[in-house]
Design a protein around this ligand. Structure first.
Ligand code: NAD
Ligand code: UDP
Length: 321
């Protein structure tokens, strides 16, 4: 059987593992690559027995080589949670810059189409609301979050340069906060943080006064958007996210209701450069991909809560690395 071949980096992570499932379901041959710095093999171990699945334990900031043809590359390797990228800032810069360069080189060698995972963080603490793809952003280059934001901005620039200079087929997705099963309970992002606290009987920690907003997209919607973008003809960046915006304070209340915890909220300092508002304008995705999110937050959060509830007590108490 002559399956199309796709390389997915960051494959053992949250989004990467769901992408592996999607491409296996669509009958591709999947080459999965990860150095496991923030990911976990248990996210993809159910695929190991399949003959159309291969795993490579490799750091993509080092030269990347795979044997055989490639039709597509999806570059998702990168720490994505603020506590991860603050803990490993140099690796974060390297995977967005050197790692992306290596994968663009591989795409050129194999004549493959490459999609890179960018982020709403390219807009920084946005002065335009909601964020359209035309907005250039408001990023503090030298702040603690700069290691992630600037790596992703460089990633977009070098990707467009490969497109313009080498004629490479490239796609850029700007992912807005996405959640669902296989997020690490201890990754520090707000959904695992609040649910973990509720399950352990701890108070929910709101950073700042909780008036900052986010818009949360369920993972199945995100994966569908990425898949459609990869197969589209569209070269400019596309926002993929759910525009349904909520303050962190109201969200904490929603989680208290969902989990039935008798704990309360407590307030802690707002991390430096934490964006005050975030909401994707998804007009472009609707127009060029015919995509929009289908899973509402109530539905998505129920699925996510049930996933976290099913974890072992050991997982529940594991500290962030
Ligand atoms: P994750 O931490 O769960 O997954 C990232 C994976 O990349 C991990 O498995 C990690 O081990 C791997 N990795 C990191 N550096 C590597 C390297 N040098 N070589 C090989 N593998 C490496 O994070 P995620 O939420 O799945 O995010 C995946 C991608 O999507 C990232 O590029 C992230 O910037 C982007 N993104 C995610 C979100 C979100 O809400 N989840 C939002 C915006 C952008
Ligand atoms: N946040 C919070 N309590 C937590 C974790 C996060 O109030 O325990 C806040 C955080 O300051 C931010 C929002 O929730 O304003 C979303 O944080 P997350 O780390 O999930 O994503 P990002 O800031 O990258 O959007």
């Amino acid at each position: 059987m002559n399956r199309k071949r796709v390389l997915i980096t960051g494959a053992a992570g949250f989004l990467g593992s769901h992408l592996c499932d999607k491409f296996i379901a669509e009958d591709y041959h999947v080459l999965a690559m990860d150095n496991l710095i923030t990911g976990d093999l248990k996210n993809i171990e159910h695929l190991f027995q399949l003959e159309q699945f291969e795993f490579y334990h490799h750091d993509v900031t080092k030269f990347v080589h795979v044997a055989g043809d490639l039709d597509y590359i999806l570059h998702f390797a990168s720490p994505a949670s603020p506590i991860d990228y603050l803990k490993i800032p140099i690796q974060t810069l390297k995977v967005g810059s050197l790692g992306t360069h290596n994968l663009l080189g591989l795409a050129k060698e194999k004549n493959a189409r490459i999609l890179i995972a960018s982020t709403s963080e390219v807009y920084g603490d946005p002065l335009v609301h909601p964020q359209t793809e035309e907005y250039y952003g408001n990023v503090n280059t030298i702040g603690p979050r700069g290691v992630y934001d600037e790596a992703k901005r460089f990633q977009e620039s070098i990707t467009m340069a490969y497109h313009r200079f080498h004629g490479l087929e490239t796609r850029i997705v700007r992912i807005f906060n996405t959640y669902g099963p296989r997020m690490r309970l201890n990754d520090g992002r707000v959904i695992p943080a609040f649910i973990g606290q509720a399950l352990r009987g701890e108070d929910l920690t709101i950073f700042g006064d909780g008036s900052q907003t986010r818009s949360f997209c369920f993972v199945s919607d995100q994966i569908e958007g990425i898949y459609k973008l990869l197969l589209s003809d569209y070269v400019e960046p596309v926002n993929i996210g759910n525009p349904y915006e909520i303050t962190i304070k109201d969200f904490a209340e929603e989680i208290i209701k969902l989990t039935g915890t008798s704990q309360k909220v407590i307030y802690q300092d707002l991390p430096k450069d934490d964006p005050m508002q975030r909401q994707p304008d998804i007009s472009r995705a609707k127009e060029v991909l015919g995509w929009e999110p289908l899973v509402n937050r109530q539905e998505g959060m129920k699925i996510t809560y049930n996933y976290f509830k099913s974890l072992s007590p050991k997982e529940l108490t594991k500290k962030a690395h």
